[in-house]
Design a protein around this ligand. Structure first.
Ligand code: PPE
Length: 304
C-alpha cells in the first residue's frame, strides 16, 4: 500500500509505522467500530478538494450514534483533522479513512470504560476495481452470501464488523474468477456490492436498491442528483437478479469504486458488454464535478 508519513491518532500526529494499538483493543475482538471512506481530488485549478466532506462526517457521527459510541471530538474538529492529515502528508489527492474504535479496557460484551479512540489516515489509492474496470466495465458474480438483514445489522451505520460479510463475498467472487460480488438481501432481491451500491438502467430509466439492507451511499446520492438534474428518471425500488441480467446497463457506485460499469453478471453480458451511454454520461459528469470543472456542484467540494 502507498504509505504516507503521518496518521492522526487521538488528537495528535504519529509516524505511520508508530500508529499501533494494544492487542486487547476491544474493536479487534468484537468488531464494534465505525469508519468512513472519503476521497480528495486534485482539481484542474491545481488546488485540491474533498468530495462531500460534510456528508461523510455526518454519516460518521450517525454511525457512532446508532452504535452508541460517543466520539470525543466535534464534527468541526474531525473536519479540521482530516484537512490537516492531507496537508501534513502533502497529499493533493487521496483516500481518507477516519476510524473510531473502542480501545482496551474491559473485555467481554459490555464495555463500559473502554475509551472511544479515533484515527484518521490518508494515502494514495487509485481506481478501486482497476483502471481498466473503470473504463471497460467489470465482471460480477451474485454471491452465495446474503447481505445483512435489517434486524441483524443496522446497515445505516458503516460498522467495521459488518465487513466480514463483504470480505467473504469478495473472496468468493474473485476466487471464482470475477472482479466483484453482488449480494442479494435475505428475501432474494439485489442489494449491493461488497463495498458499493448498485444501479441498473432500463429504457433510459435508472433504478437503485431502496435504503433497506444497503449503506446510504454518498456516491449513490450524488448519482441520483446528477441523473435527476439531467432530467433522467430515477427510482429506488427493489429488483431481482434477472432484472439485473436483462438491464441495458448496470454500474456500481462508491467512494473507492467511484462509478464502475458492470459489463457481465453471472456470465450474462449486460447490454452491449461495455459501458452504455447513461453510465458514460454519469461518469463524465461525476469526474467533472470532483475535478472542480462543474461549477453547478461546487458546493459539494470542500477546498483544502
Ligand atoms: N455499500 C457498502 C457496503 C460500502 O462499503 C460502500 C462504501 C458503499 C456502499 C458506497 O458508499 P459511498 O462511499 O458513501 O458512496 N465502501 C467504502 C469502503 C471500501 C473499502 O474497500 O474499504 C468506500 O468506498 O470508501
Amino acid at each position: 500500500m502507498n504509505k504516507s508519513e503521518k496518521i492522526w491518532l487521538d488528537g495528535r500526529f504519529v509516524d505511520w509505522d508508530d500508529a499501533n494499538v494494544h492487542v486487547l483493543t476491544h474493536t479487534m475482538h468484537y468488531g464494534l467500530g465505525i469508519f468512513e471512506g472519503i476521497r480528495c481530488y486534485l482539481c484542474d485549478d491545481g488546488e485540491s478538494a474533498v468530495f462531500r466532506l460534510k456528508e461523510h462526517t455526518d454519516r460518521f457521527f450517525e454511525s457512532a450514534h446508532i452504535l452508541q459510541m460517543k466520539i470525543p471530538y466535534s464534527r468541526d474538529e474531525i473536519n479540521g483533522a482530516i484537512a490537516e492529515t492531507l496537508r501534513i502528508n502533502g497529499l493533493k489527492e487521496g483516500y481518507i479513512r477516519p476510524l473510531a474504535f473502542l480501545g482496551a479496557g474491559t473485555m467481554g460484551l459490555f464495555p463500559k470504560e473502554n475509551p472511544v479512540r479515533v484515527a484518521i489516515a490518508a494515502w494514495k489509492w487509485g481506481a478501486y476495481l482497476g483502471e481498466e474496470g473503470l473504463e471497460k466495465g467489470i465482471r460480477v458474480k451474485v454471491s452465495s452470501f446474503a447481505r445483512h438483514h435489517v434486524n441483524v445489522s443496522m446497515t445505516k451505520a458503516k460498522a467495521t464488523g459488518y465487513y466480514v460479510n463483504s470480505i467473504l463475498a469478495k473472496r468468493e467472487a474473485v476466487g471464482a474468477g470475477y472482479d466483484e460480488a453482488v449480494l442479494l438481501d435475505t428475501e432474494g432481491y439485489v442489494s449491493e456490492g461488497s463495498g458499493e451500491n448498485i444501479f441498473i438502467v432500463k429504457n433510459g430509466r435508472l433504478k437503485t436498491t431502496p435504503l433497506t439492507s444497503v449503506l446510504r451511499g454518498i456516491t449513490r446520492d450524488s448519482v441520483m442528483r446528477i441523473a435527476r438534474d439531467a432530467s433522467m428518471e430515477v427510482v429506488e425500488e427493489r429488483f431481482t437478479r434477472d432484472e439485473l441480467y436483462t438491464a441495458d446497463e448496470a454500474f456500481f457506485t462508491g467512494t473507492a469504486a467511484e462509478i464502475t460499469p458492470i459489463r457481465e453478471v453471472d456470465d450474462r453480458i449486460i447490454g452491449e458488454g461495455r459501458p452504455g451511454p447513461v453510465t458514460r454520461k454519469i461518469q463524465e459528469v461525476f469526474f467533472d464535478i470532483v475535478k472542480g470543472r462543474n461549477k453547478a456542484y461546487g458546493h459539494w467540494l470542500y477546498r483544502i
